[in-house]
Design a protein around this ligand. Structure first.
Ligand SMILES: NC(=O)c1ccc[n+]([C@@H]2O[C@H](COP(=O)([O-])OP(=O)(O)OC[C@H]3O[C@@H](n4cnc5c(N)ncnc54)[C@H](O)[C@@H]3O)[C@@H](O)[C@H]2O)c1
Length: 321
């Protein structure tokens, strides 16, 4: 049995990761979370009923990790202040808390006797500055130079905290993998992301009403959470993934926000008239990850290459919850 610690394990990515690892029947998992964003909902309660999972309520940005365990083989660091609205509301919090979370997590990792890997979840958003200067190639490779956006822009604090988090880990002398997720979606995701927000908006309007939409021509490749977890598991279990940075996501289906709205309208059986809304939220116009590196370890067999199927699965979960 390998022991795994998942910091931020009650959140979207963390919950699905723990659930997946548990099913492999070879891991004992400890979760640390302060439940600032993750919820102790029915799914999490069911998960932590398993004797192989323990849950610790703890705020890693305030207090050091005091667990006695020294035999973790893997530490996942997924906790962060995130979400554009949260970030813009309190940018200083993002810089301080995301830094403290990473420092306390790394300090605890250094106490482990035989750590195989510290896996840090960074973000595709580290390239937001390149995107603004139109200096980005698509699909974007992991080694593409990083250009910092205007540091007065509150949104920059999130990417800055992740760049710093990556650097802290790179220079920690711990064995690491850095993952940069690109637009993951699925059951139990945070409400403040584009897919849940569109479902809520479209659900609320009446048939043939106006749907105000901003960033309608921005394009994304959305990746269903279970496909992303397969990629992360490949990275976790491959020795060639040590001390390497990986994009995580889907590069097969690029769609615009307008197309996404129409797909969601189809699922919830609503027709509407789209009214383009001007909105300057410095959101990148386009994002496609290069998956060459993760595919070199093991080619990703996507189960959800069609966003309609993934959105339908998400919607079924949403209405039953
Ligand atoms: N979901 C995506 O598409 C995506 C994209 C890019 C990057 N990421 C990164 O991946 C990681 C996981 O993302 P997610 O979508 O699961 O987010 P999430 O918000 O659902 O999960 C993060 C978890 O960390 C917990 N947390 C926050 N601050 C904490 C603290 N101080 N102490 C303990 N726990 C704390 C939250 O309660 C939450 O459960 C994040 O670091 C995020 O920046 C995710």
């Amino acid at each position: 049995m390998h022991k795994v610690l998942v910091i931020g394990g009650a959140g979207f990515l963390g919950y699905h990761l723990c659930n997946y690892l548990l099913k492999k029947k070879k891991y004992k998992i400890d979760i640390i979370d302060n439940l600032s964003k993750g919820k102790k909902d029915q799914s999490l309660k069911e998960l932590i009923k398993d004797p192989k999972i323990k849950f610790f309520h703890h705020d890693v940005s305030i207090k050091k990790i005091k667990l006695k365990e020294r035999n973790y083989s893997y530490i996942f660091q997924l906790a962060a202040i995130l979400g554009v609205d949260n970030v813009i509301k309190n940018p200083s919090n993002v810089l301080i808390k995301n830094f403290n979370i990473q420092i306390n997590s790394l300090e605890f990792a250094k106490k482990q006797k035989k750590l195989n890997r510290f896996i840090f979840s960074s973000t595709s958003e580290i390239h937001i500055g390149n995107e603004k200067l139109k200096e980005l190639n698509f699909p974007t490779q992991e080694n593409f130079k990083i250009i910092l956006d205007d540091i007065k822009n509150p949104r920059t604090t999130y990417s800055l905290s992740k760049i710093y988090g990556e650097a802290l880990l790179l220079h920690s002398s711990l064995p690491y993998s850095i993952i940069r997720p690109h637009n993951l979606y699925g059951q139990r995701m945070g409400d403040l992301h584009v897919i849940p927000q569109l479902f809520t908006k479209i659900d609320k309007i009446k048939n043939n009403e106006v749907l105000p939409l901003h960033s309608h021509n921005h394009k994304r490749c959305f990746c269903y959470i279970s496909d992303a977890i397969e990629q992360i598991y490949t990275i976790m279990n491959n020795k060639n993934a040590v001390n390497t940075i990986f994009n995580i996501g889907n590069n097969l289906e690029e769609i615009s926000i307008k197309q996404l709205a129409l797909i969601i309208g189809n699922i919830v059986n609503k027709k509407f008239v789209i009214k383009i809304k001007e909105f300057n939220n410095s959101s990148p116009k386009k994002r496609i990850p290069s998956l060459t590196k993760v595919n070199k370890l093991k080619r990703t067999k996507f189960k959800y290459t069609n966003i309609q199927d993934g959105c339908l699965k998400y919607y079924e979960w949403k209405i039953s919850n």
